[in-house]
Design a protein around this ligand. Structure first.
Ligand SMILES: Cc1cc2nc3c(=O)[nH]c(=O)nc-3n(C[C@H](O)[C@H](O)[C@H](O)COP(=O)(O)OP(=O)(O)OC[C@H]3O[C@@H](n4cnc5c(N)ncnc54)[C@H](O)[C@@H]3O)c2cc1C
Length: 405
């Protein structure tokens, strides 16, 4: 009989990345464990549409991500819950007249993407996990230490003393990954000196299924459309601000915060009528130099965190998951262990370049819009207006952002 504490793959972290990897590997003839620090008991999703009922963390999922979640059998449940397909995107420069419009018609798509609450994605994935007979869920369980075995594979200890062994340990434990730290992965990282304020707000005018984004020297502001009703229009905001400005904005009462946000959004959606509680997330860009070691792989935020300005973080993470699952299942068919370094290096080769390109582009955008010098501002505005009139270039940009090109 197999040792109940020995697994082929142990995934640490049951966020979107970890839970989707467990589902993607299920059925491949592997023994899988999913270790999560938070309790994962039966939870129901809130059905109300009061501001406080929305998860302040939402993701703009690209069509490529939705398709992957569909392959995992999770999309139907996500789509049945409240979400908002967006058809249009308006990006404008606070310092001039530059503006670009992106519309689904330009790429012949039914939508540019979907705004989905993060907890709805995790909920749908965990429902799949709970139905699988080859995934053991350990929760609440915190990984405390991990060491490489002399033979092959990894030895793991959970808080409380429980021990596990894994041929492959996957770090899906997020931006502050303990696995990455404990296994000594080198990371290039820099602080943007920004924090992102997230909240759900009610706006006066319909959002027209448009994702609105205004670039200011102090950082970008995004208003992402959420489902509402004929009389109530909601958006999720991601407002990235310089560190020294954040505390003052967080300290504002509801009315003053709404007034400040209305100014920052140039009242494009009319008055900001109400806001939920505000949360702030520090923004750092991180990229692990290597994603793999023998018996260990980093995925999603554990491998890279990116500025949220283009909403690409988990979209890149889901592609890591898809590729790693593909390599592990192909290896399984040809008798290669999941923790074998060559197999893991193939995963790294296929993902690192694409992640790097997106991260560099987002970093460049952010820096460009921070520039205050007149010639640069002029160039930026002319550039935006030019691109707006060049359909082939716009199409290419859109296809890339949608994960299609
Ligand atoms: C303000 C903001 C807006 C964003 N908007 C978007 C967007 O529109 N589109 C997009 O694609 N991305 C967006 N992102 C990025 C996206 O949220 C992240 O990429 C994504 O949540 C990362 O998922 P993950 O599963 O890798 O990590 P996480 O969601 O951080 O999950 C990690 C899990 O690991 C568990 N864990 C950690 N340590 C341990 C341990 N030692 N033992 C056991 N369990 C552990 C945690 O409890 C957690 O459940 C945004 C990010 C921010 C900050």
């Amino acid at each position: 009989m197999a040792d109940p504490r020995r697994f082929d793959v142990v995934i640490v972290g049951a966020g979107i990345a970890g839970a989707s990897l467990a589902v993607a590997l299920s059925g491949a003839g592997l023994r899988i464990a999913l270790v999560e620090a938070q309790p994962l008991g039966e939870r129901t999703l809130p059905q109300g549409t009061n501001l406080g009922d929305f998860d302040p963390r939402v993701s703009a999922l690209t069509p490529r991500s939705s398709e992957f979640l569909q392959q995992l059998g999770a999309w139907e449940a996500i789509a049945q819950y409240r979400h908002c397909a967006y058809h249009h995107m308006t990006v404008w420069d606070a310092e001039g007249t530059g503006q670009i419009e992106f519309d689904r018609a330009e790429v012949g798509a039914t939508e540019l993407g979907h705004i989905v609450e993060n907890r709805a994605i995790v909920h749908a994935l965990l429902a799949r996990v709970n139905r699988a007979t080859d995934i053991s869920v350990l929760s609440p369980a915190v990984l405390q230490s991990c060491t490489r075995l002399a033979s092959s594979g990894m030895s793991l200890e959970l808080e409380g003393g429980e021990c596990l062994e894994a041929d492959l340990l996957v770090a899906a434990d997020g931006a502050m990954s303990r696995v990455r730290e404990m296994m000594g992965f080198t990371c290039r990282e820099w602080d943007y000196g920004h924090r992102a304020i997230v909240a759900t707000v009610e706006v006066e005018r319909p959002h027209e299924r448009t994702a609105w984004q205004r670039f200011m020297p102090s950082g970008p502001l995004a208003l992402l459309p959420l489902p509402g009703s004929e009389d109530h229009h909601y958006c999720s905001i991601v407002w990235s601000l310089q560190e020294d400005k954040v505390d003052a904005v967080l300290a504002l009462d509801d009315a003053a915060f709404c007034a400040e946000l209305e100014r920052a959004s140039e009242a494009r959606l009319g008055a900001i009528l109400a806001s939920s509680r505000r949360y702030a997330h520090p923004l750092r860009q991180r990229h692990a130099v290597d994603y793999v070691q023998p018996g260990v792989a980093l995925v999603a935020d554990a491998a890279h965190t990116i500025h949220p300005l283009a909403g690409q973080g988990i979209n890149l993470g889901l592609q890591d998951v898809a590729v790693l699952a593909e390599e592990i299942t192909a290896g399984r068919r040809s008798g290669v262990r999941p923790g074998q370094l060559e197999l893991l290096r193939r995963y790294q080769r296929r993902r690192k370049g694409e992640n790097l390109v997106m991260m560099s582009a987002m970093d460049g955008f952010k820096r460009l819009f921070e520039q205050q010098s007149l010639p640069l501002r002029w160039l930026r505005n002319v550039g935006m207006r030019q691109i707006d009139t060049l359909p082939p270039i716009k199409r290419q940009l859109m296809r890339h952002a949608m994960g299609l090109g």
